[in-house]
Design a protein around this ligand. Structure first.
Ligand code: AHR
Length: 534
């Protein structure tokens, strides 16, 4: 993707003195459309629909549910006797909302919690299950939600399962037993125990995550130590059916821990199908004072944008390491935790990581999903952290009430990219600058679905100014262009339980067509998805 910043443009435009006019003229001619972009303040996007791209794995739109705060208990599990309408204890309203956005895959049970979870605690009659302190996040887990309940949810959603096994306080034997319990169709004691507990046929497990954040809460390991642990655990991930190949995901790096990727890739490519990457967007980049979810000014809007865009660098640099050892790109980069992380709301349980969600989060979601679409050759799955009531949630609940966050609506608008073919785009956009920081003002990605319909997702990162964007379509004759837009009156516009529909998508009308060109006006702080029918 070509990105041209105003600084680049200014170097041509601000040249002074007679002898420099020629240079300035040549620069302007060479940059051509770029100069236009600067002069008019507009941005330009070329969609190369005539060039091949890779498939956008639907799992890039995946989710993550940890035993943390009010995600599992209250957010999903209310129990069969609850007055909140439920099916076998699982909230109906939440399931219906998640089906609407086509949740393709769900990671469970953690997170840090995964490395203290013992699966046997969560099977058998619920009143006999042990109650355990949740040492990572506080409170006592009743284990009412265990393996059977998780798969009930996953099957209701039509999603695939990503089970994260315990390396930190678990054993290879415990992991092997769990895999056998879940996936064996034999008459073994473990498979029969599953039957006694109400499930005859094995479940479909797609991914086995081996450990979580092994450089941190998973055991504070050094990469050279974890590599051997990983190889040992990966060896004992056994397939129990000829047509199932469990995909093993190594607990990978966070942010710029390139040494971690290097160690794993140099020593374990034979034993992995995926390597995870975790990266959170904190407005301040300071884990002690992260910034408020709702009370922020333009300085923190801008620093949030600057930080979230680091995802691009992390994807590209970790991918470059992967390319060295896996040039055929057999191993997926799995962005298993991403999203905003703010200070917990004052007065709320600080360990529960509950945060509100605003238009800023919608913009962050749009930017990151565009990056995943653009890098679909290597990024095979991503799991927003986390699905309900925790961090950048798509759903918030308050007893019987439920609301859909701005982030939810972005997932709904972007679901058209799931399984489509990514189309290379070239974007030239002026920067949005505030204080000392500047970032490209527009983010874009495009894909073509099985029917040949194009979808273009666009984000205007500038919270104050709308941006004109001229789109050139190569290799496509557009018969019809329609769209949807999500924005809000203020940077912190949000949905509340009292006003749940303040931020929601609406039809996007600001579209002009002329031949191969489509011109749109992106409102300030907006996410737009265009549908281009041929
Ligand atoms: O998503 C919350 C926590 O963030 C996860 O448990 C952990 O993996 C990460 O540090």
């Amino acid at each position: 993707m070509i990105e041209v910043t105003p600084k680049t443009l200014a170097s041509g435009a601000h040249v002074k003195g007679r002898s420099h006019w020629l240079v300035a003229f040549l620069c302007a001619s060479l940059l051509g459309a770029v100069a236009t972009a600067q002069d008019t303040g507009s941005a330009q996007l070329t969609i190369n629909a005539d060039q091949p791209g890779s498939t956008i794995n639907p799992h890039v739109y995946g989710h993550f549910a940890e035993h943390l705060g009010r995600l599992i208990y209250e957010g999903i599990w209310v129990g069969e006797d609850s007055t909140i309408p439920n099916t076998r204890g699982i909230r109906n309203d939440v399931v219906a909302a998640l089906k609407q956005i086509k949740v393709p895959v769900l990671r469970w049970p953690g997170g840090c919690f995964a490395d203290e979870y013992h699966w046997r605690d969560g099977i058998g009659p619920r009143d006999g299950r042990p109650k355990r302190v949740n040492a990572s996040w506080g409170g006592v887990d009743t284990n009412a939600f265990g393996t059977h309940e998780f798969f009930d949810l996953v099957e209701m959603l039509g999603a695939e399962a990503y089970i994260n096994v315990n390396v930190g306080t678990g054993t290879t034997q415990e992991m092997m037993d769990w895999i056998e319990y879940m996936t064996s169709d034999s008459q073994s004691t473990l498979a029969n125990l599953r039957r006694e507990n109400g499930r005859d046929k094995p479940w479909k497990v797609t991914y086995i995550g081996i450990g979580n954040e092994m450089w941190g809460c998973g055991g504070n390991m050094r990469p050279e130590y974890f590599v051997d642990e990983y190889r040992k655990f990966a060896t004992f991930v056994k397939d129990h059916s000829p047509d199932t190949k469990l995909q093993r995901i190594a607990s990978g790096p966070h942010d710029d821990r390139y040494d971690w990727s290097e160690a794993l890739m140099a020593n374990s490519t034979k034993f992995m199908e995926g390597m995870s990457l975790h990266f959170y967007t904190l407005p301040t980049s300071d884990w002690k004072v992260k910034g408020s979810a709702t009370q922020f000014g333009e300085d923190q809007w801008q620093s949030t944008m600057e930080r979230t865009l680091r995802m691009k660098d992390y994807i590209q640099k970790h991918s470059a390491i992967m390319d060295k050892y896996d040039p055929e790109k057999k191993i997926g980069l799995i962005v298993a935790e991403w999203g905003t992380w703010y200070d917990a709301e004052p007065g709320k349980d600080q360990g529960a990581l509950y945060q509100q969600n605003t238009v800023r989060d919608a913009v962050v979601a749009g930017v990151n999903l565009n990056l995943f679409n653009q890098h679909s050759d290597r990024v095979r799955m991503a799991n927003i952290a986390q699905m309900i009531n925790v961090l950048q949630a798509v759903i918030l609940t308050d007893k019987e009430k439920m609301l859909l966050t701005p982030t939810y609506h972005v997932f709904d608008m972007y679901k058209v990219h799931q399984g489509a073919t990514s189309i290379p785009v070239e974007l030239q956009a002026p920067d949005y600058a505030f204080g000392a920081l500047s970032v490209p003002s527009v983010s874009a990605s495009a894909s073509k679905d099985a029917k040949g319909t194009l979808h273009v997702s666009l984000v205007n990162l500038d919270p104050k100014s709308s941006r004109q964007l001229a789109i050139t379509l190569k290799g496509v004759k557009a018969k019809q262009v329609t769209g949807q837009v999500l924005t809000g009156a203020a940077m912190n516009a949000m949905n509340t339980f009292e006003a749940p529909n303040t931020v929601k998508p609406s039809p996007f009308k600001s579209i002009k067509r002329s031949g191969e060109r489509v011109t749109v006006e992106l409102p300030a702080k907006s996410v737009v998805v265009l549908e281009i029918k041929r």
